[in-house]
Design a protein around this ligand. Structure first.
Ligand SMILES: [Zn+2]
Length: 473
């Protein structure tokens, strides 16, 4: 097992706290501001950062007794968000995950479910907010609700509308940021969950349950949809038939192998019966409903076997226990039939094509990776940058891809101090880059500095974090 890296993070935090005793503020000088919403570039700007916020922006700021970060030749963007991660799947996962996010310029993450008790998740969130631990801003949306016995340990379980009502009451009183629906919920319970969440003013995010049509979820007021696969399925003339087959199999007493084989047949059916006009119709409905999608397209790399070499840096930054677990046979790969394997590349190509259509149709997108120690070959930090590159290869401009990671998330989360604009009064979560990211996203891989909650991590500090991760195990 890994020794506590938290100690290291705390040490870095201590250095920063000592630094802030003499300098309560930082002046970033002579930088080009990137407006990710409009594509506008404004060069020669200085920013004064104080108390975790952007205090002032001007061509010239005279400030004494502040730290200075030379931004000459650099481009400043809002910090990145990964809107679908799991950092609580082992007792020590945050020790590795938090610095990995920061060195990749990710200053905000939304956790979508894990094994830690909620009180402990919230304690970590508070320590990050208080500056005791250096990490990205953390949103806790992992109150996942599934049918019994639950797809993962520790889930809320609801099999009836009454269960759903009681669970939403509990989720609301505990203080989670959202209710997360999961795959095995039956339709009546799911609809009750949606109604109860709306009554409590909580967003309903998560999986569209396997027996619920996408159109039904839109009508029910689902606010956020995790993963992309249900959209190509809803573009198939056979969506209703596929849902019925599964409902029938599950009503018969949920023979798991029958359920899996029905789900395994879906990709082939979707490839044969996919319909462009039907697709445009459902995408239009999603756009009108402002149903936000967290695509997690990078997950396909796992199924396609696009795994990094064992000596790749991102592999060496993980605890050996994690690499060991990833090296074992995985139930998700074992469940793949030969047919599914043969179709995998075509299915991934269709997903990416429909993703391009979704973006063109105006469906709101939240860049998301599904990174977790529990998800083999998905990496905290790195996989979000991979995901953004997939968006560009699917036809988005670099600016449009960046929008899904900088502007869309804080607005969807309704944060009052962050909206993807670099302007006074906003929280100072920023990334300083060597090149213009609107010309290409490669520059995101080596930020010159990352500013999180007003704390500046310059290149030397980022290097130090990287080195500690490489040495940690
Ligand atoms: Zn997930």
């Amino acid at each position: 097992m890994k020794k506590s890296l938290l100690g290291n993070i705390m040490a870095i935090a201590a250095v920063l706290v000592i630094g802030s005793v003499t300098h309560a503020a930082t002046l970033v000088t002579d930088v080009t501001l990137v407006d990710v919403e409009t594509g506008e570039l404004v060069n020669g700007q200085s920013l004064l950062i104080r108390d975790g916020q952007i205090a002032e922006i001007a061509t010239q700021i005279d400030a004494e007794g502040v730290d200075v970060l030379d931004g000459a030749g650099g481009y400043l963007i809002p910090g990145l968000w990964d809107s679908h991660v799991h950092i609580f799947s082992t007792p020590t996962e945050p020790d590795t995950a938090l610095p990995l996010y920061l060195i990749n310029g990710v200053t905000g993450i939304r956790d979508m479910g894990g094994l830690w008790p909620f009180e402990e998740q919230r304690a970590l969130q508070s320590r990050i907010e208080a500056g005791e631990i250096i990490g990205p801003r953390l949103i806790l949306s992992g109150a996942w609700v599934d049918a019994s016995p639950g797809s993962w340990p520790g889930m809320f379980l609801a099999d009836t509308p009454d269960d759903a009502q009681a669970i939403v009451d509990q989720i609301s009183s505990e203080g989670w940021a959202a209710v997360k629906s999961y795959s095995m919920l039956n339709e009546r319970t799911y609809l009750a969950l949606a109604e109860a969440a709306a009554a409590k003013g909580l967003p309903l995010v998560g999986h569209i349950p396997e027996r619920v049509a996408l159109g039904t979820a839109i009508m029910a007021g689902q606010d956020g949809m995790e993963h992309f696969g249900r959209i190509p399925m809803a573009c198939s003339t056979e969506e209703a038939g596929m849902l019925d087959a599964l409902r029938y199999a599950m009503s018969e007493g949920a023979d798991v192998s029958r359920v899996f084989s029905i789900m395994a047949e879906r990709n082939g059916i979707i490839l044969r019966t996919w319909d462009s006009a039907l697709c445009s119709d459902i995408l239009g409905q999603m756009t009108d409903a402002r149903l936000h999608v967290s695509p997690t397209l990078v997950v396909a790399d796992f199924y396609l076997g696009n795994w990094p070499a064992p000596d790749a840096e991102r592999m060496r930054m993980l605890p050996s226990s994690v690499l060991e677990a990833w090296g074992k046979p995985d139930f998700r790969l074992e469940a793949m039939t030969d047919e599914l394997r043969a179709l995998a590349e075509d299915s991934v190509a269709l997903d990416r094509h429909v993703f391009g259509m979704a973006h063109a149709a105006g469906v709101p997108i939240l860049a998301s990776s599904d990174a977790s120690f529990a998800n083999p070959y998905l990496f905290h930090g790195f996989s979000l940058l991979d995901e953004l590159e997939i968006y560009v290869s699917a036809g988005l401009t670099p600016r449009e891809a960046l929008f899904t990671a900088t502007v869309a998330p804080p607005r969807f989360f309704e944060l009052d101090d962050q909206d993807g604009r670099i302007t006074p009064g906003r929280r100072a979560d920023l990334v300083l880059l060597d090149a213009n990211p609107l010309d290409g996203l490669a520059t995101l891989r080596s930020p010159r500095a990352v500013i999180v909650g007003g704390k500046v991590l310059d290149r030397a500090m980022l290097e130090d974090m990287r080195r500690r991760l490489l040495l940690a195990d």
